[in-house]
Design a protein around this ligand. Sequence first.
Ligand code: HEM
Length: 340
Amino acid sequence: MAKVNNGAALLSLCLLLAYSAGQSAAAYVDVEGTVRKEVENAIKGNPGIGAALVRLVFHDCWVNGCDGSVLLDKTPSGGNTEKKAINNIGLDGFNLIDTIKYKLGNSVSCADIVVFAARDAARYLSGGKMAYSVPSGRKDGIVSSDATADAILPQSTFEFQQLKDNFANKGFTQEELVILSGAHSIGVSHLSSFQDRLNDSTATPIDDSYKQALVKDIEDQKKSQNTSDPIEKNNIRDMSLKFQNDSGYDTAGVNTAAKGALDNSYYHANLQNRVLFKSDWVMRTDSKAGDDMAEYMNNATKWNNDFAAAMVKLSKLPAEGSARYEIRKNCRVTNQNYYY
Ligand code: HEM
């Protein structure tokens, strides 16, 4: 009799364990693991997507806080969304965010996905040196306007004081401006975003041999990309050896083999007057910002740590205003538009 009871108890235990295992397998989604895997696979297939994700979190969180507003194609109130803003030229990563959202379902906000994806892109592109944690739990907004994005996002033609004010409005210091601008060690830019640097009437100091090499390369890129507004690589470190030699680029202290890496090479380029944007160069006009850039140029680890800390702060910018917040079913439309 005792034997039968033991057997029954064992069977019940097995059934219970099997049931719980089935339950948790169905309910448990490894959110951060899924984002990380998708981001890494995407970058392996297309390295440019990593830079796009690092920029995307900045453009989302700066405008209305981290609320996925940059992802919307339309809103209940109508009008152009942030994607149409002039300052959002070249913004990318939307298809990958859609893919990740599809895998994660309705319990994870699009805003969280943007933050996690940028974090994982930064980690991957820095060879694991840029590792940081960010909280989850953001909600998605229902407001998105191109005019607001153009009023709030900084422009590449800004003066130093405008950049400082822009960052101060979001609670970021001048040091954090210098630190976060180091993201321009990766990615690309359209000619229209740095054209002012090449026109005699608007040019700000730029190394002449670099400028000549750029002008020549732009003509080649116009033909190969078949557009009057081609893209160029942001970082001279990522250009060909010939381009670097023609530009007189001093590679001392730069890992030139690490093309596409998120690292402190931006400071080497900027302190040599070999960067694309006026907004990058203009930081040299302030002695404290210049000293900070020299420090980051000479101390890669310090920049890794400080950049990670600034990205955490950026990723925590709270959603603004009193508009309704939700977890979107589709990152491109609000739930109201999803249903109707
Ligand atoms: C300080 C003010 C900033 C200005 C004025 C600025 C401006 C720009 C511009 C004009 C582009 C090129 C867009 C194009 O023509 O396609 C660009 C690209 C980029 N920016 Fe910034 N940016 C700033 C700060 C930041 C910050 C804080 C981050 C991230 C933390 C960032 C990350 C990037 C990245 C990764 C790219 C390359 C994107 C790609 O290749 O898809 N930028 N930025």
